[in-house]
Ligand binder design. Sequence first.
Ligand code: ATP
Length: 441
Amino acid sequence: MTAVVLDQVTKVYDNGVLAVDDVSLRVDSGELLVLLGPSGCGKTTLLRIIAGLEEQTAGDVWLSGQIANELPPQKRNVAMVFQDGALYPHLTVRDNLAFPLHSDRTVDKLAVQDKVREMAHGLSIEQTLDRRPSMLSGGERQRVAMGRALIRGKPAVLLMDEPLASLDVSLRSGLRAEISALLRSLRITTVYVTHDQVEALSLADRIVVLRDGAVEDVGTPDRVYHDPRSAFVAAFLGSPPVNLAWATIWVINGDRVVLDFGGQHLDLAWTDPRSEPLTPYHGMSMIVGIRPEALTPWSAKTDGSRLCGRVSSLEYHGHEWMARLEVGFRPVDINEVRMRPQRRAMSNGAAGGRRGRKAAAAKAASPNGAVAGRRGRKAAAAAAGAADPPRHHGAHRGTHLLVRLDSPKGWASGQQVAVAVDVPNVYVFDGDGRRVDSPLV
Ligand code: ATP
């Protein structure tokens, strides 16, 4: 069953800020859905709209199959946990936990005490019951906040707004695992907000990546990480981050597709399932993403594609080394790359959509509409303006390729090295950052 549905929800604040932009989502019963995105992307606003604490400007909210637009927060059967726990400072842990039960006249005093003890036991905070919040650690405070949210029974949906953000790193990972185990054992439908991609990847059943109030991608952690729908999603998930660089696409019909970085290139075999979707982009400047783990030191025994560069730094990270290679690629400034304008145009019915995009790209690549073969390639490239400056100029933040190494053996700063590229793990995005190489997208 679907616990929450957001249908084309938009929120514009009185000051004109567009905080949520046409968001449609569903949360299945028992699911842990994580809203992930940078500061200001609208995560908290969405959570508050579900809770009824903020009214949407347009669109509908459904809870447990009922439209909830007009329901006040107390009638939504929604529980909320905030970053700071928001406990009553003058009450003990016992009284904080018992507080939500006081409004329920059907629960007698003894039953309240039993429920408090049971909840405290479940959250391993029995020893804190007589303390006030100021006498608790950050982790204990968050446990009490969870207990208070859940003590009245299973809510239709539990909303958690960065509950671990104020805790230190070691405490965070322990409590994250506990929260995950608790929510899963109780099968509580949860919407969890964070800007921390590690938290999102480790907790979520599905992740929603938000950017500027709009949904950029939705999927399981594995899908969103390994098969991102946009350059922004690829860049937001992963530490160390994905390498992004501009490259020109050359389609050599029946032979291969070349990703040309200018001086260096990668080839996709014609039989590679990504070659066909890339043919309309012949001669165009595109964004190529390569995760650091797709690069390994080249050895004489290695087959396949490689890239070369000069080692500019080697960093020790304890469990691994991180190398930066100067490769001379044109870097991408992700802040300059946006899918939104085209999406808006699509919803207005103007030129957009995959077919429209492909047609436009094909037209740009070849005035007669045909994808160029070996002989027609140069002419088509000239027509596409492939030699022109790129449409998007990155703020040249360095032309480095990040490579993860088990050991820096054989590598030293200043040295020229080669890396093998696991080409199946290379992504191609159009100039707006939209993934175009995968037939699934
Ligand atoms: P953070 O991670 O920093 O908490 P967020 O992703 O939760 O950010 P929101 O708090 O939902 O983002 O804010 C989305 C946008 O709406 C931001 O530009 C913010 O400045 C703006 N905003 C939030 N609340 C209000 C308000 N009450 N009035 C006007 N603008 C607001």
